[in-house]
Design a protein around this ligand. Structure first.
Ligand code: URP
Ligand code: ZN
Length: 467
């Protein structure tokens, strides 16, 4: 029996290296053909022809940094796997990468399997996981092998949050790096210098200066630069590529450049909030809504991050989507204890399109690279994800480049009940999201099925293939 076909007619294909007018034919879950004027007479009535004239056809967005259904700090995030992935789907995301925590009493394999069991039957998007490592010994070393069997090729380490139990002790960093190199697992790093942060926490805490606007002083950009440089240099010493999560500052960018110039293989993501918001938000009423770690910084930092993206020194944009309700966020006004994290997956594509392509900083192929192809390559999902190659998964976002939208909570789908980007006027918005051949969102509304998303086994990162 012939599988279902969908013909996207009259659109403009955008990949990470070209842009041209063409039709795109989907058969079942895969892209079958991209060609000019595909003959639609062979499609039976039951098969669909979708007029996408004037619209852009791009690979589905990949958000490689989400925290859906995160249990942390004695609570749980507002968005579970279903709600978080529905929200992301409405913004053009087709794949996300979340985290499996290093849980006491469980092997890494057990932790991953538990996380997959939580996401199964819930997520509407395809996904894979980074495994967090909070300590390293012989047992963990052996368990890392099992991660590869499961299809997990990246781990997360924290150079801060010692008190919260996330930080991997400094004395173990080099051993971990050697083992990761042996196994070709990519380290992703939350880079802030813990000693500096702990010192500032004590100093500001003693003076009772812990209101939200103090957060950037307590977790200064210098702490990011110190950790980026230290981790980057260690990666160079061991011969390992390292990936910095949520880079937030100009001095962080400069540290990245120094490591690179010295021959280190260092890569980074940044986020829409560091690109678009500044610490001025922390002076507003309900400033708690803008608390995340690292904190928001200055206009100069924002500009440096855009420049880093434009030049390709920062490879991609991810969201660090970690949503809490207003009630959860506003429960506290001490920046050391306000629940850190904001929602963002649903708004990433239109924001980066408007302020990146719309302001002439980069072109559409670079947008695709930054929001899809680079993540697919770095996290071992390419070409099934992040491409529009015939034979690969039909994960597609149809984008209307001239649609005008004013972002507001009511149009979005996160259970957070607010957006940090409220009131921003945008040109360009996703109008259809297709995951493995199924339309899962249309005109900003979810129309897919809970549980349709599947766990993806990743392969070795492309960063291990770079000389
Ligand atoms: O503030 C952030 N980045 N939240 C994500 C989860 C965490 O605790 O780091
Ligand atoms: Zn995070």
């Amino acid at each position: 029996m012939q599988q279902k076909r969908k013909l996207l007619k009259g659109g403009i294909i955008v990949t990470d290296n070209q842009m041209y007018k063409s039709d795109l034919l989907i058969e079942g879950e895969k892209i079958l053909q991209i060609a000019e004027d595909i003959d639609s007479t062979e499609l039976t009535a039951a098969q669909q022809i979708i007029d996408v004239s004037g619209k852009l056809i791009m690979p589905g967005v990949i958000d490689p940094h989400t925290h859906f259904q995160l249990r942390s700090r004695n609570t749980i995030t507002a968005d579970d796997f279903a709600r978080g992935s529905i929200s992301a789907a409405c913004g053009g995301v087709t794949t996300f990468i979340d985290y499996s925590d290093h849980l006491p009493g469980l092997s890494l394999k057990e932790a991953v399997n538990r996380r997959i069991a939580e996401a199964r039957d819930q997520t509407v998007l395809d996904y894979t996981l980074h495994q967090t490592i909070t300590h390293f010994d012989n047992q963990v070393s052996q368990q890392l092998d099992e991660l590869l069997e499961l299809g997990i090729n990246s781990i997360k380490i924290f150079t801060t949050y010692r008190r919260e139990g996330y930080m991997i002790p400094r004395t173990e960093w080099e051993q971990v790096f050697h083992r990761l190199r042996e196994l070709q697992i990519l380290p992703t790093v939350h880079a802030e210098d813990d000693e500096l942060v702990v010192r500032r926490e004590a100093e500001y805490g003693a003076k009772d200066q812990c209101s939200p606007e103090m957060h950037p002083k307590i977790r200064p950009a210098e702490s990011e630069a110190l950790a980026v440089e230290e981790i980057g240099n260690l990666g160079k010493k061991v011969g390992l590529p390292v990936y910095i999560a949520h880079l937030s500052s100009q001095v962080g960018c400069q540290a990245l450049q120094r490591v690179k110039r010295a021959g280190g293989q260092i890569y980074a993501e940044t986020t829409p909030h560091y690109l678009l918001l500044t610490e001025d938000k922390l002076l507003e009423p309900e400033a708690q809504k803008f608390i995340m770690t690292p904190p928001l910084r200055t206009t100069q930092d924002r500009q440096a991050l855009w420049e880093g993206l434009r030049l390709g020194e920062i490879q991609l944009v991810a969201t660090d989507h970690c949503s809490f309700t207003l009630e959860q966020k506003l429960a506290d006004d001490n920046c050391l204890t306000i629940l850190p994290g904001i929602p963002g997956s649903e708004t990433m594509l239109p924001l980066i399109h408007h302020f990146g392509v719309g302001q002439g900083l980069f072109d559409y192929p670079q947008l695709v690279k930054i929001l899809s192809t680079s993540a697919a390559k770095i996290f071992g999902l390419y070409p099934e994800k992040g491409s529009l190659l015939p034979g690969t998964d039909a994960d597609i976002v149809v984008f209307d480049p001239v649609k005008s939208v004013v972002l507001c909570t009511e149009m979005l789908h996160s259970a957070a009940g607010y957006t940090p980007f409220d009131g921003i006027e945008l040109t360009g918005y996703p109008i259809m999201t297709i995951l493995r051949g199924e339309i899962i969102a249309r005109e900003g509304e979810f129309c897919g099925q809970t549980g349709y998303g599947k766990f993806l086994k990743s392969s070795v990162s492309c960063l291990y293939c770079v000389e």
